[in-house]
Ligand binder design. Structure first.
Ligand code: PXG
Ligand code: PLP
Length: 447
């Protein structure tokens, strides 16, 4: 067995595993069967027991440009030596402004103002507060309601938890903030589609029904992932996002795209907005912004939204948007962000994603026909492989597959009963082959 030695190899006793309450983890199982990662380079982790492990999910979808990029490491080191921290409230540091310019030169035209935070969860709650305040400043203070979607993920803070739609993430907390949810766009007739599914555009009409119920005068915003990542790689049917956009525009409802996973090349374009040809009013980003090296998120808004805050801010010395984090636009995060965007552009991550995506799609869809695989969905360099659930034991089979994969040198992520692959853009074809081979063997060994 590899696993019992893993903590010991990392110099930790069983007792020393206790104090750390691990996030989104089965703490009890892990602490009895630890899986320690001690180093990384490119597309590979090194486990504490010295094995190379292929990272088939770019960490948690965040390290698409490959781990331990020297450009990012150097920028971070230099920044730490020059300015480790500076207050972001009422004072500035140059890299924040540089990064905002770099970022908004990449985002679609009309998304021109970047607000920085430290994670995708903070981006979600920032965007919701921004939307609500925007309508209040415009004298439409009844526009307060938010609409999300079933099976969506918008992080773990109060707003994002409520607008999210993965029941396992919500059930312990009750309804934290008021929210309505559109259906997820997962239809059986679309099973095993490559790219965007054909059926389901009419699901967008549910938004009209919610407008009829609440009246647009009471709705602030709709928040949507261009495709749901954590929810199991749920793709938008052709025309669906455009129809959502049209309904929002017609009723004066802000459209927020949560691009925490779809942003930064995963779709084969800079952003999901580009890939799907639909421009939101607010775009949430994190993960790829720094390649995961330093925590950072961003909310990018239209000039109209920014101008509304400025025009209604009162005397100039006053704060227009009473919101921000101690670590908003942290200088080290900004340095990492600037270096990551250099890598993103100079090393052509969008092109790399496109170049590999057909091979990836063919490889992943070659799993069709194996027992227990009930759907495969793919777009760009992301894929969801849906495994038939064991009744009453959600996510049991993907968990078992993931544990087997780890033993064989593959880090494999899953959400619910869906195995999610999101390899680094710098992966080789042989890495994809290896991933699919390991998966094939693991799936074939299921009861
Ligand atoms: N929005 C979206 C669309 C996300 O995918 C967040 C917000 C929250 O970001 P932070 O940085 O607060 O975690 C996310 C994060 C998984 C998985 O395996 C997905 C995420 C994070 C960790 C694991 O599906 N998405
Ligand atoms: N709680 C307390 C007591 C604080 O003083 C602060 C920040 O000053 C926060 C929470 C918020 O922390 P952060 O800005 O890191 O989100």
């Amino acid at each position: 067995m590899v696993t019992p030695d893993s903590a010991k190899a990392a110099g930790l006793s069983r007792a020393e595993l206790e104090a750390f309450w691990m996030p989104y983890s089965g703490n009890r199982q892990f602490k009895d069967n630890p899986r320690m990662i001690v180093a990384a380079e490119g597309c590979y982790f090194r486990s504490a027991d010295g094995r190379r492990v292929f990272d088939s999910c770019s960490g948690l979808y965040c390290s698409g440009y490959g781990h331990n990029r020297p450009e990012i490491a150097t920028a971070v080191k230099e920044q730490l030596a020059q300015l480790d921290y500076s207050p972001g409230f009422q004072f500035g540091q140059p890299k924040a402004f540089q990064l905002a310019n770099r970022l908004t030169s990449l985002t679609p035209a009309g998304l021109d103002y970047a607000f920085f935070c430290n994670s995708g969860s903070e981006a979600a709650d920032t965007s919701l507060k921004m939307a609500k305040a925007y309508w209040r400043l415009k004298g439409q203070a009844t526009k307060t309601r938010f609409i999300g979607r079933a099976r969506a993920y918008h992080g773990v803070n109060f707003g994002g938890t409520s607008l999210g739609g993965i029941s396992a993430n919500r059930k312990l907390y009750g309804q934290l903030a008021d929210a309505d949810h559109l259906s997820a766009t997962l239809l059986p007739e679309n099973a095993f589609t490559r790219g965007l599914p054909v059926h389901g555009i009419e699901l967008a009409e549910e938004l009209e029904a919610l407008v009829a119920l609440h009246d647009a005068s009471n709705i602030a915003a709709v928040i949507i992932e261009p495709y749901s990542g954590s929810g199991g790689v749920i793709l938008p049917p052709r025309g669906y996002l455009q129809r959502i956009r049209d309904i929002c525009t017609r009723h004066d409802i802000l459209l927020i795209f949560d691009e925490v996973i779809t942003g930064f090349a995963r779709t084969g374009e800079n952003f999901g907005a580009d890939a799907f040809g639909v421009i939101p009013d607010i775009m949430n980003l994190a993960k790829g912004l720094t390649n995961g090296a330093i925590p950072m998120g961003a909310v990018v808004a239209t000039p109209e939204i920014y101008a509304t805050f400025m025009a209604n801010g009162g005397p100039e010395y006053l704060i227009e948007f009473p919101h921000g984090y101690t670590y908003s636009a942290h200088p080290v995060a900004c340095a990492a962000g600037l270096a990551a965007l250099d890598v993103f552009e100079n090393d052509g991550m969008v092109r790399r994603c496109r170049d590999l995506s057909q091979y990836f799609e063919d490889a992943v869809h070659s799993l069709k026909g194996l027992p227990r695989i009930v759907d495969i969905r793919s777009f760009g360099l992301i894929a969801g492989i849906q495994i038939e659930a064991v009744p009453g034991e959600p996510a049991r089979r993907p968990f078992e597959i993931s544990m087997q994969a780890w033993e064989k040198g593959l880090y494999l992520r899953y959400g619910g009963d869906v195995i999610t692959l999101a390899p680094p853009f710098v992966s080789e074809k042989r890495d994809i082959d290896f991933t699919v081979e390991v998966l094939k063997a693991a799936v074939s060994s299921l009861d």
